[in-house]
Write a protein that binds this ligand. Structure first.
Ligand SMILES: *Cc1c(COP(=O)(O)O)cnc(C)c1O
Length: 382
């Protein structure tokens, strides 16, 4: 079990995020080491966590940034990331966001539709510049066999469909302010079984032939992110197996000479280093259930309410006995529930509770619903 500084926690106002900086650094060391073996380029997916301290550590380790909005581009540039390592994705880029990307001369726009290409071409032309673009292609990997893939199937909003690709390429040759530098994919998130990544490689190998036939050399292949973390066993598996993950691409994708391979990892980098720390307000005996009511709710961590996701929940007290509880928050919505029928140490008012593996899509999704304050963050090394 992770050693939390519980005495320190007692003096802090709850709820707050607590980041294990040693774990973040170790995780980054592993990613950087494993990626360097094959000269892979990693862009951190900023939407997973934009805490300034976390971003600065990620930047120090030399990663680039994957942004999905103009606000994220501003955030990472202010944090000192270099524009030449910034990629910009998203199905709904606005004019000001595209202009910002052009002005800052970011590395690449990941483009998701023909009308978007037309607008980028127009805005780049007006600035007398050339936009570097990668086509985000929807690889249409069958979701029935792999239900955890949510963004790479034919009927969702992301990417350019395979049957549109010829049209897009015909169109591209008429857009003089656009330079096609590569192709981009992102098939989903929290992917634990690596099979879909293997399928993606086969799909991209085939696609690559199509580009070669048309006389197009793709300098950059971006496989996106999606590597999962072990939410059930954060202490046993604090660092995902980046080695195995990269090895899939190494083994199954046929890289061409002078081609650069990119990834956009979010959750797998920051997921395990974050914990939501909360205090027990009340233990309430219902007629059929016992509730632990926390001072944290879905305003601080929305994943359980939003995606019914699982987080390990620990009572940090020294109590030995256990009991079964529903762990809920104070927000006026029935979905404000962190766990149902969970075994915890016997719990009392004032106990400190850690909700584990909350570093990704946690603090960054906090809201002020019910006029609540946004949570503060604290770090293991200060
Ligand atoms: C969200 C997202 C990522 C990161 O996904 P993770 O599952 O956190 O690794 C990467 N690329 C794009 C385009 C995304 O939208």
């Amino acid at each position: 079990m992770q050693a939390f500084p519980i005495e320190k926690f007692r003096n802090l106002q709850t709820p707050f995020y607590f980041y294990d900086i040693e774990l973040l650094r170790k995780t980054l060391q592993v990613v950087v080491l494993e990626a360097a073996k094959y000269d892979y380029h990693i862009h951190y997916a900023v939407k997973a966590n934009k805490n300034p301290r976390i971003l600065s550590i990620i930047r120090e380790m030399g990663l680039g940034a994957d942004c999905v909005s103009g606000g994220e581009i501003e955030t990472v540039l202010n944090e000192g990331f270099s524009a030449e390592k910034v990629v910009f994705a998203g199905v709904g880029k606005t004019d000001w966001e595209i202009n910002l990307g052009l002005e800052k001369d970011i590395f690449c726009f990941n483009v998701e539709s023909i009308p978007e290409l037309v607008v980028i071409n127009h805005l780049a032309c007006a600035k007398n510049t050339i936009a570097r673009v990668a086509l985000r292609i929807n690889p249409e990997i069958d979701s029935h066999t792999h239900h955890y893939i949510t963004t790479g199937i034919k009927d969702n909003k992301f990417g350019i469909n395979l049957d549109q690709l010829d049209r897009v390429l015909d169109m591209l040759s008429t857009l003089s302010s656009i330079q096609l530098v590569g192709i981009h994919f992102h098939i989903g998130s929290q992917i634990m079984d690596l099979t879909p990544f293997r399928l993606l490689c086969s799909q991209v190998n085939e696609l690559q032939q199509k580009f070669i036939q048309r006389g197009i050399f793709l300098k950059h292949i971006n496989f996106g992110g999606g590597l999962g973390i072990d939410y059930e066993n954060p202490d046993e598996n604090p660092i995902p197996s980046f080695r195995e993950y990269f090895n899939v691409f190494r083994t199954h994708f046929f890289v061409l000479n002078n081609q650069q391979i990119h990834f956009e990892l979010g959750r797998s980098i920051v997921g395990q280093c974050g914990n939501l720390i909360s205090k027990v307000l009340y233990v309430k005996e219902g007629s059929v259930k016992r509730f632990v009511i926390l001072d944290a709710g879905f305003t601080e961590l929305i994943r359980p309410a939003f995606y019914e996701s699982y987080h390990v929940i620990e009572n940090l007290s020294l109590e030995e006995a256990t009991d079964v509880y529903d762990v809920v928050g104070p927000i006026c919505e029935s979905s404000d529930c962190f766990a149902k029928q969970r075994v915890l140490k016997k719990t009392y008012r004032g106990d400190i509770i850690a909700i584990r593996s909350a570093g990704a899509y946690g603090e960054v999704m906090a809201s002020q619903y019910n006029c609540r304050q946004l949570p503060k963050s604290h770090f293991s090394d200060c």
